[in-house]
Design a protein around this ligand. Structure first.
Ligand code: ADP
Ligand code: ASP
Ligand code: MG
Length: 450
């Protein structure tokens, strides 16, 4: 059994969906399960609809609902021209009516809860999976639509729900394994889940990768394939560094550091379920199915620098407290506050009397700061960015580290940290310096300047 996940651009229009069907067909002997994203850009539009409606901009929101309807009906019409297509079109249209009703309700309420946001955002994958399962069947790839909410059981942390792995494994064994045995391809939407009580949740933006690896782990798949719009995991984001190269083989540890520090090609949690069971993950280009892509495994070659990742919009939180000097338990108290507010911390650096941490999610920072103030003076610096140099043998190469530091040049450095595993050198700089630093590092390490 293998899991094939198709990202938004890999199912963005009728031609892309046809390519996805051919890829799945070529893997029929391996027992594929298809996990699909929403048509590219749809989730953004759905989130805009919910936000606009709750702000009272109902007319704008409704015009976007019509845009979603038109696009889905057009693609469905191209893929399913026969009579079976009418049923799918009716179902898609009814779902768009439902989005419209939700938008009306939100505009009356004038308020958007994370729970309602998840309900609206879930429609992208729910609609794409209906259409894609039907298209696969029409193209002679025997498929069965499965509502992901029956399988992907989560807690109730809306917009970033935590999967319940035991319940998922049981549901996957009950609902998916028999289909695969019967030589049918289960087609499920990624990103979407439900609580045990059946309320719709999502796994967080980009979460379809995570759905795929959770299912792969639940069913002990032989491999997890992430089909996307680039040739694999690359030495840097090709949108920022056009000369970035595809990496043939990346270690699990490296891939998860890169994903956490901005390599959007993989959702940061994707690797964890696969690592636990040693299931290889491959990142592949759905436009070039024959190319080798990237394999993420245990036995990748150890290099000082494998790739560089970066992200902006990071917030730096600095806590200064004379109490910290020679007192035990201060750090425990500090991290307990972040834990209580469910804020995940990325980079940490400490001195005798101060601690600096970076966080991605500034939304809930206000309440956290209130609690942190009880420990000492708190300073917040927004619009910072992180650049991470990642390589399995990085800490063994003082040459690589000194070359990396020399690249900082005139950028303002706010924090510097070498991970305990020694595979990640993280630099916190001004957010608007991230891309330039990334390019300088890429030129130094990958563009033959030496
Ligand atoms: P999908 O819709 O297939 O999930 P995403 O847009 O989420 O695709 O992820 C693919 C994008 O990730 C690429 O288009 C690329 O710009 C970006 N990306 C960032 N860092 C990297 C990297 N190191 N290697 C490859 N792609 C990267
Ligand atoms: N459609 C969702 C998003 O855009 C999930 C995904 O594509 O992975 O975030
Ligand atoms: Mg993605």
């Amino acid at each position: 059994m293998i899991v094939c996940k198709f990202g938004g651009t890999s199912v963005g229009d009728a031609d892309a969906i046809r390519r996805a069907a051919e890829i799945v067909r070529s893997r029929l002997s391996q027992g594929p399960i298809a996990v699909v994203s929403a048509l590219s850009g749809t989730t953004n539009v759905l989130i805009d609809i919910a936000e606009q409606a709750s702000r009272g901009q109902l007319i704008t929101a409704m015009s976007h609902v019509e845009g979603v309807r038109d696009r889905h009906l057009k693609v469905a019409g191209q893929l399913l021209p026969g009579p079976g297509g009418e049923d799918v079109a009716l179902e898609l249209s009814a779902m768009c009516d439902e989005i419209g009703s939700l938008a009306e309700a939100l505009s009356v309420l004038g308020h958007l809860t994370p729970r309602s946001l998840d309900t609206v955002a879930s429609f992208g994958e729910r609609m794409s999976s209906i259409m894609i399962a039907a298209a696969f069947n029409v193209m002679g790839v025997p498929s069965q639509l499965v509502d992901a909410r029956k399988i992907m059981i989560t807690d109730a942390q809306y917009t970033r729900a935590e999967p319940q792995t035991d319940a998922i494994a049981e549901a996957a064994r009950t609902h998916l394994a028999p289909l695969v045995k019967d030589r049918r391809v289960p087609v499920l939407g990624g990103y979407v889940g439900a609580t045990a009580a059946g309320i719709t949740t999502t796994l967080g933006r980009g979460g379809s990768d995570y759905s795929a690896s959770l299912l792969g782990a639940a069913l002990q798949a032989e491999a997890i394939e992430i089909w996307t719009d680039v040739d694999g995991m690359m030495t840097a984001d090709p949108r920022v560094v056009p000369s970035a190269r595809t990496i043939e083989c990346v270690a699990f540890e490296e891939a998860s550091e890169l994903a956490s520090f901005g390599a959007k090609v993989l959702h940061p949690y994707t690797i964890a379920p696969a690592v636990r069971l040693g299931i290889p993950v491959r990142v592949l280009n759905s436009r070039k199915p024959e190319s080798r892509g990237t394999s993420i495994t245990f036995d990748a070659p150890r290099r000082p620098v494998t790739a560089i990742a970066g992200k902006s919009n990071v917030t730096l939180v600095k806590v200064r407290s004379p109490r910290m000097l020679l007192t035990e338990g201060f750090l425990r108290e500090l991290f307990a506050i972040f834990e209580r507010h469910k804020m995940s911390v990325d980079v940490v650096s400490t001195s005798e009397v101060s601690v600096s941490v970076t966080v991605d999610d500034a939304a809930r920072l206000e309440e956290t700061i209130g609690d942190l103030r009880q420990l000492g003076d708190v300073a917040i610096e927004q619009q910072r960015g992180i650049v991470a140099l990642v390589g399995g043998a990085l800490s063994e190469s003082s040459d690589a580290m000194s070359r990396a530091l020399a690249c900082i040049g005139t950028a303002r450095l706010h924090m510097l940290s070498l991970s305990a595993t020694g595979i990640n050198l993280t630099m916190v700089v001004d957010g608007d310096e991230v891309d330039a630093l990334l390019r300088r590092l890429h030129a130094e390490f990958f563009e033959g300047k030496r």
